[in-house]
Design a protein around this ligand. Structure first.
Ligand SMILES: Cc1cc2nc3c(=O)[nH]c(=O)nc-3n(C[C@H](O)[C@H](O)[C@H](O)COP(=O)(O)OP(=O)(O)OC[C@H]3O[C@@H](n4cnc5c(N)ncnc54)[C@H](O)[C@@H]3O)c2cc1C
Length: 449
């Protein structure tokens, strides 16, 4: 066999694979990076980057509408779309590939397949290594709904690279992707209906979070069908018509499926290294090892489907390969939904804390009643902060916020949870006036002593 030898072969160049590649390369490990589509992965071209870029212009307009004495700015879709195209590099990863090659990383474009322990095949070549890192990410999970395939649908890929905003759209799924893309399209004029089989949006979060954002979306004119299951799809007069289990029909020019993610595990030769994925993905230990000489990182592990988690696991893997003692800790990873107002959460929800038998104390702070910043920030100020604490240990175990820039200031809670900062210390910590961060003092004071 004529095989090239590498210190590590990474399959998948999304954010997880990229961090592992860069870190290992910096550790003088000779790296082969295998990518079948675009270096940068889902995040850079069809997920995080385009969605946040598209949400920002209407967020700016909404901010202007809420500030006294400011007239709402106009938004030109053509320029928004052009900037989105710039941000997704016009779906061209040539610069990224060159960048890696300049650093000494060998990039192989093609489908990576594990042929056996320490062997990866790509484009007729065989790469030999003692370390394989699987970072193949996830695809949109497509539910089995009668008529869906025939009617045709969008996933996040079409929704984030769209040339024109459709006149109307039905979105299946009221999770972060459905909420973000629904608000973006509504704010660009589409008639939007979100169908969610759970009783609330953002079911993973505390109930208050889903209720607060549902109110906002309804006020903006988004139709919500909660507790409703799509049972059939058909095409009628240029529209996709979705039949719900209660008998109601909802229709839109387009149909977006946003019902979760499925790990990319098929056709990769996992059986050749004794790995059997389950529906969530590849099982890993605290060092991100999936088998002897095999690591798995990012969405394919099903741990938490966020770019920052994949990047963290990339760091853990590189450190493990460097022989450092590592153990991944997922207890204080923030979760953000970049709608307006922003939603951020970290740690446990109240019900998760109770399931873990903590002696739970909670606090809920209506920001406009408690601090000054919401009033200086906008008229009719919005926002709430929720805290979940363990009374026995006197530490925070969870927090959520629905408020402007919550994704930035949730990090205070993330650090407090991660470091198990005593609540007495949080009570004695001074936040700068006037900021949203001041709400934490009100929250921890109302948790009681
Ligand atoms: C609409 C949307 C918005 C999102 N917004 C955010 C956000 O704001 N913040 C956030 O943290 N997360 C967000 N996410 C989640 C985020 O996109 C993912 O968590 C992240 O992309 C996972 O990174 P990854 O490296 O594991 O996988 P991916 O980004 O999926 O990359 C995996 C790469 O592996 C390649 N690959 C797969 N199989 C093979 C193979 N056999 N051979 C070679 N290459 C292969 C793929 O082509 C791909 O390039 C969003 C997701 C969606 C859908």
């Amino acid at each position: 066999m004529n095989a090239s030898r590498y210190g590590a072969v990474i399959i998948g160049a999304g954010p997880a694979g990229e961090v592992a590649a860069s870190r290992l390369n910096a550790q003088d490990v000779k790296v082969a990076l295998v990518e079948r589509e675009l270096v940068g992965g889902e995040c850079a071209y069809w997920a995080c980057i385009p969605s946040k870029t598209l949400l920002r212009p209407p967020e700016t307009r909404s901010e202007a509408e809420r500030v006294a004495g400011v007239s709402a700015p106009a938004i030109a879709w053509a320029e928004v779309a052009a900037y989105r195209d710039f941000m997704i590099r016009n779906l061209d990863d040539g610069g990224q590939v060159d960048g890696y090659r300049d650093q000494g990383v060998d990039v192989f474009k093609g489908d990576g397949r594990i042929a056996g322990p320490g062997l990866v095949e790509v484009g007729g070549q065989t790469l030999q290594t003692e370390r394989i890192v699987i970072a193949t990410g996830s695809d949109a999970r497509i539910p089995a709904i009668d008529g869906l395939e025939e009617a045709g649908y969008w996933t996040n890929r079409e929704a984030t690279t769209l040339a024109e905003v459709p006149e109307s759209i039905v979105i299946l799924g009221g999770g972060p992707v459905g909420v973000e893309l629904g608000q973006f399209m509504r704010r660009f004029g589409a008639r939007v209906t979100i169908v969610e089989h759970g009783e609330r949006l953002l079911a993973r979060e505390d109930p208050a979070v889903g209720e607060l954002i549902a109110r906002t979306l309804r006020e903006e004119g988004i139709g919500l069908r909660l507790g409703a299951r799509a049972v059939g799809v058909s095409r009628r007069e240029g529209e996709r018509v979705v039949r719900l289990d209660g008998g109601e029909e909802v229709a839109g020019r387009e149909l977006l499926v946003a019902t979760g993610r499925a790990p990319r595990v098929h056709g990769m030769g996992l059986e050749n290294v004794g790995i059997q994925p389950d529906a969530k993905g590849l099982k890993i230990d605290e060092r991100c090892r999936a088998a002897d000489g095999v690591w798995a990182i990012g969405d394919v592990t099903g741990v938490l489907p966020f770019t920052h988690v994949g990047m963290y696991q990339g760091r853990i893997t590189a450190a493990d390969i460097a022989g450092k003692p590592v153990s991944a800790d997922y207890t204080a990873i923030p979760r953000v939904v970049f709608c307006d107002p922003e939603i951020a959460a970290v740690g446990l929800t109240e019900s998760q804390a109770r399931e873990q038998s903590f002696e739970v104390a909670t606090a809920r702070v209506a920001l406009a009643d408690a601090i000054a910043r919401p009033w200086t920030y906008e008229q009719n100020p919005r926002g709430e902060l929720g805290l979940i604490a363990d009374r026995d240990r006197e530490v925070l175990v969870g927090a959520w916020a629905v408020a402007p820039m919550a994704g930035e200031w949730i990090h205070y809670a993330a650090l407090a949870i991660k470091t198990k900062t005593p609540i007495s210390v949080l009570r004695d910590t001074v936040a700068q006036f006037p900021t949203f961060t001041e709400a934490y003092l009100k929250g921890v004071e109302s948790l009681g002593h």
